[in-house]
Design a protein around this ligand. Sequence first.
Ligand SMILES: Cc1ncc(COP(=O)(O)O)c(C=O)c1O
Length: 473
Amino acid sequence: MPEQRPKTSFLHSEDQLKNPSPENTSDNSTKGSVVDSSDFSRRLNAVIPGGAHTYSRGDDQFPSNAPQILQGGKGSNVWSPDGRRFIDYGMALRAVSIGYAEPEINAAAVRGMELGNSLTRASMIELEAAERLVSLVDSVDMVKFTKNGSTATSAAVKLARAYTGRTLIARCAQHPFFSYDDWFIGSTPITRGIPTETIEQTKTFAYNDIASLERLVSQYPDQIACVILEPVASETPATDAGQGTNYLQQVQALCRTHGIVFILDETITGFRWDMGGAQKTYGVTPDISTFGKAMANGFSVAAVAGKREVMELGAINRPGEERLFLLSTTHGAEMSGLSAFLATMDFLERNQVIPHLWSYGAKLMESFNRIASRHGVEQHIKAGGPAANPYYLTLDQKGAPWFALRTLFAQEMIEQGILMPWLAFSYRHGEDELRRTELALERSMEVCAKAIREGVDKYLRGPEIKPVFRRYN
Ligand SMILES: Cc1ncc(COP(=O)(O)O)c(C=O)c1O
């Protein structure tokens, strides 16, 4: 017997389309009355392995009072079907950099849809989008668009292997995610289902420690096809005062000397650090770059892009040359997404979005750490990292990650109407959002301070969040 389900459809209700957010309803009477929200997690996990399409969205990443499901987003806000509304610091895993449902970007996506969305040959929008990316990023001569960062990085690795005729991949150990594909996941604790030979082909090196990469290069002479890293994550590239070069420039030089393809994964940093990528900020010219989040304000657009000499391995106009089957997908150049990409680039340039992200992040970090200090928890809860993409940490007495405290902090922020699984924000996070976030930080840090003294478990309402990369559930 099929089980009984509520007949509510959140997408197709006329009212929802006309009045998409709880703020627009006459009052907040939806609160707790329209939909029983307690059952969504069970329903999600019954039909979707992991309960969502990214592990970072799973139940084990949020405290028990977090909305189990979301219904919509507008600007800096998201809301759940039970009428709760939050200022969001998750921002679709950093894919939304302008704000949810930005009219100008949505209108562009609709224009792409009205032109047919996906045609039988390459489209005008596809050409325009490719030419735009080439014009924006100095190191890029050619590009292939795709839907996810993972397929872009995997294509970059394939290109590197084909170009060099080598097998091994050197990937930065500190950078948390490059792809769902085996070449990367095999180098995490979750190796189930991945052949040993694949696992052995990916080696790791430490960020900001050029000697660790040099050791790898001498341990595997002429065997490393590519080095892949983010230009910057929690740490920024250190500068060697003696040589006057930064870490990324040293990686580039090492790659050039040893014939290794230098891949910069700009999935997060692209169009967030600078319109020309973080590669422009730090003065490097990767052979291949990948882009994804922040390309199209939440529309599914990613790209593998780079030097003609390498990218052209995927070409069909080089007679007699052995072919490389590079990223060939039905939906890779979907016109709604690429039209949203073009509109996003226009919007970022016209509205100075990138400077806004840097300035908002700096203010947020300053408030976060000031309020933590005021409550005497600055050793345990701290924000840091580059202002355009900061992080927050919760640390125990020994300075190790403290998941129980992270859970409690996130739980208390949710109580104050702030969804803060990490620190991602958008152009639509302004002074009002900052002020409301500061108020919530005050109350949450106060609870955390008490809990640190009296025992965090006493204040936790549900299970602790867990690291994504763990071997067992
Ligand atoms: C640096 C980096 N590279 C690649 C990816 C993979 O992107 P996607 O989730 O679109 O496959 C991510 C996603 O979090 C990422 O942060």
